[in-house]
Design a protein around this ligand. Structure first.
Ligand SMILES: NC(=O)c1ccc[n+]([C@@H]2O[C@H](COP(=O)([O-])OP(=O)(O)OC[C@H]3O[C@@H](n4cnc5c(N)ncnc54)[C@H](O)[C@@H]3O)[C@@H](O)[C@H]2O)c1
Length: 250
């Protein structure tokens, strides 16, 4: 699937992991990429990778929990490219969280995960939406299949991603009349540097529970994002697509 009209795609948390894979996938489809991350060095590495493939890409350091930082990011995108077509809200706190029974979650850690995963998704969408291409703009929020599975021992993470799914539905209803779609992707456990650090048996974790008996790679998620951002998906909005090799049937 390629896009010849020079779209500009902003991906948060694209300094590594799934975000970097999204950046590579959208660039391969012909889009210009803004790689936004709190990890400036990671963002620059992603841009180097994209530039080596001949893509037009820009690294911007952002803290998605800070309104001023997010607004500066959107200003930078518009100043540089004059348009913003697709936003992928991928930045999150994830593998560094303490896994603990819900009765013992540290309230400060609860606040931190909510600030990045839920509030960050809202702040980026809020700053981007007024300046996005209309009709045709796309917001894609990265949720998690842990919301459907009720994955134990990190209820703060699951709650933050459930918030993302709820926000997806509200934003879809508020933006649809302008021709903008808002959807979420709920990946199952996927092998990234971050997730592989979570456990020794990451490469085989959960494989037995899937209809498809292999581990999920970042590229398994990328195509869904590229599709949701395409013209072919213009009548899909407010949805959460579970991409987990068939582990949840709900
Ligand atoms: N890997 C999995 O198994 C899996 C499964 C389901 C959902 N997800 C979701 O996919 C996304 C990517 O996960 P990943 O495995 O690549 O993890 P990751 O930790 O590599 O990616 C998260 C990125 O967000 C950035 N980030 C963190 N706080 C930020 C902030 N305040 N402002 C800007 N950027 C910030 C980090 O620097 C990092 O580059 C996350 O939303 C995660 O919750 C991952």
């Amino acid at each position: 699937m390629t896009h010849a009209d020079g779209r500009v795609v902003l991906i948060t948390g694209a300094g590594g992991g799934l975000g970097r894979a999204f950046a590579v996938g959208f660039a391969a489809a012909g889009d210009r990429i803004v790689v936004a991350d709190i990890d400036a060095a990671g963002a620059h590495r992603t841009v180097e990778l994209l530039a080596a493939e001949g893509a037009d890409a820009l690294a911007v350091r952002v803290d998605v929990t800070k309104k001023a930082s997010v607004e500066a990011l959107i200003d930078t995108v518009i100043d540089r490219y004059g348009r913003l077509d697709v936003v992928v809200n991928n930045a999150a706190i994830y593998a560094t969280l303490t896994r603990t029974p819900f009765a013992e979650i540290d309230p400060d850690e609860w606040d931190r995960v909510m600030a990045v995963n839920a509030k960050g998704t809202w702040l980026v969408s809020a700053a981007a939406y007024p300046r996005m291409t209309k009709p045709g703009g796309r917001i894609i929020n990265i949720a998690s299949a842990t919301v459907m599975s009720g994955s134990p021992l990190w209820m703060h993470y699951v709650a933050s991603k459930a918030a993302v799914i709820g926000m997806t539905r509200v934003m879809a209803r508020e933006t649809g009349s302008e021709g903008v779609t808002v959807n979420a992707i709920a990946p199952g456990f996927t092998l990234t540097e971050a997730s592989m650090g979570l456990m020794d048996d990451a490469a085989t974790y959960g494989v037995d529970r899937g209809a498809i008996k292999r581990a999920s790679q970042p590229d398994d998620i990328v195509g869904t994002a590229v599709f949701l951002a395409s013209d072919q998906a213009s009548y899909i909005t407010g949805q959460t697509l579970i991409v987990d090799g068939g582990k949840q049937f709900i």
